[in-house]
Design a protein around this ligand. Structure first.
Ligand code: AMP
Ligand code: ZN
Length: 464
């Protein structure tokens, strides 16, 4: 198995710390708003990685945090507290708001068939552990108090900037506007805020440095080491995290433990919306319920995510989602056909060849588009009997996660409204009025149906 490691900027052979086991930490959502399909692209890619590791025979110990305190509107120490700002806007208690969006997030993950991590941990429930961690950093001379806050001294830590390949010297010489005059170095960051920052911060805890609350980065160092130990195999997140959040997590952890912390840093590229990044703060977000409302199956979005490599930008367009939905529907129709007649003896040699090809793609830095192409070769291979196809597809679906075993023909109760739409579509197509036919297809989609034209001139209705 080979993986791209951001730390060394190259694809490397994966070797776990402990044979047969993989520890994997993924930065979770900040629950001040809905998780959007951009965030979910990252979680989908992490799910593909998780499932691929399992396919490779590893037991995966997957931990994810829930950020419900401390994340400011910039990933650095400036701006407002995201949770507080949202709680004020929604006139809700901060923790109630956090739970609302956490539940929403897991509903979306369920719709996308993302495996729930073995351990999900909330920042607010680990504040005491964070205080202990900061105390250790202070004892090691890596932290200092200024203006009531506790800061991490990035210059005291030997290799700050190693992950993002930052030009630290440039930064030290004022290349960046620095707002916090308490900091000794521009790259230093807050470990613990006291009331010097937000006096109205509702979530506050007692600490040796005064009543306050933790900085954002500390939670990941604390919770990952609590549940996975001081050395972990894989750390994941979106590419936006490389230069600040992960660089800071790494400095704190390695500073505290006195050794290398993460062996493989895996970063996911963004989902973009019309050349803009999709983000909660820009207000251009799309969610899974919004896609469902428009008649798309969430698994069509999962399928779309598979069509791009995790290290490539993916442009979101409705046309691209339409194509993914069509491919998913096509697959569903083919799988249903295969399952109808499973006669034949499984050809184990052909099965092995197909799965070897599939694994070759996956184990080479999770090449999902290629793996998907191998799956389609199997579906369309006229030399393979259905029994062989089905056993191969079932194995592949453990990674693809498209729920092929649940694919079945829907019992269609054609009410008069549905029949009227089908009749109108038939007439529109006879008259070659494609615009009208498309319009009717959209109306059917909004009702939860896609329609497929069969070679004998009849149509098949499929539930989305
Ligand atoms: P947040 O809730 O903002 O902390 O982000 C949760 C995860 O989503 C992080 O791993 C981010 O790096 C990732 N992320 C944020 N925006 C996008 C996007 N547009 N596309 C892909 N991943 C994203
Ligand atoms: Zn993190």
């Amino acid at each position: 198995m080979r993986l791209y490691n951001t730390l060394n900027r190259c694809v490397e052979e994966f070797k776990p710390i402990q044979e047969g086991q993989v520890s994997m930490y993924c930065c979770g959502p900040t629950v001040y708003s809905y998780a959007h399909i951009g965030n979910l692209r990252t979680y989908l890619n992490e799910d593909f990685l998780h499932r691929t590791l399992e396919r490779a025979g590893y037991t995966v110990h997957h931990v994810m945090n829930i950020t419900d305190v401390g994340h400011l509107t910039s990933d650095e120490d400036t701006g407002e507290d995201k949770m507080l700002k949202a709680a004020e806007q929604e006139k809700m208690d901060v923790l109630a708001l956090a739970r609302k969006y956490e539940d929403f997030f897991f509903e979306e993950e369920k719709d996308l068939n993302i495996i729930r991590p073995e351990k999900v941990c909330r920042a607010t429930e680990h504040v005491q552990d964070m205080i202990e961690f900061v105390k250790k950093l202070e004892e090691k001379g890596l932290a200092y108090v200024a203006g009531g806050n506790v800061y991490f001294d990035t210059m005291k830590f030997g290799h700050y900037g190693e992950l993002s390949h930052k030009d630290i010297d440039g930064l030290q010489h004022g290349a960046r506007v620095e707002e916090d005059t308490n900091k000794r170095n521009p790259t230093d960051f807050v470990l613990w805020f006291t009331s010097s920052k937000f006096e109205n911060q509702i979530l506050q805890w007692d600490s040796p440095w005064g009543r306050g609350y933790p900085g954002w980065h500390i939670e990941c160092s604390v919770m990952s080491s609590k549940y996975l130990g001081e050395r972990i195999d894989i750390h994941c997140g979106g590419v936006d995290h490389v230069s600040v959040h992960h660089e800071n997590e790494k400095a704190q952890s390695e500073g505290c433990f006195g050794h290398k912390w993460v062996n493989y840093w895996v970063h996911n590229e963004f989902l973009q919306l019309k050349d803009m990044k999709m983000s909660k703060s820009l207000g251009n977000i799309l969610t899974i319920p919004a896609l469902k409302e428009k008649g798309y199956n969430p698994l069509a979005y999962r399928y779309l995510a598979m069509t791009a490599h995790y290290r490539s930008l993916l442009q979101f367009t409705w046309e691209a989602l339409d194509v993914a939905q069509k491919s998913y529907d096509n697959l569903k129709a083919r799988v249903i056909e295969i399952k109808k007649d499973l006669t034949g003896i499984v050809d184990n040699e052909k099965k092995k060849n197909a799965l070897d090809k599939f694994d070759h793609a996956l184990f080479n830095d999770i090449a999902m588009p290629q793996a998907l192409a191998v799956m389609w070769e199997v579906v369309k291979d006229s030399d393979l009997n259905n029994a062989t196809k089905w056993t191969i597809l079932l194995d592949m679906d453990k990674v693809l996660g498209l729920n092929m075993d649940q694919m079945q023909e829907e019992k269609v109760e054609i009410d008069s409204e549905l029949q009227a739409l089908l009749d109108a579509r038939k007439i529109a197509r006879q008259e070659k009025n494609w615009a009208k036919s498309d319009e009717i297809r959209d109306s059917l989609k909004a009702k939860g149906w896609t329609v497929k034209d069969l070679p004998d001139g009849t149509v098949q209705l499929l539930k989305i």
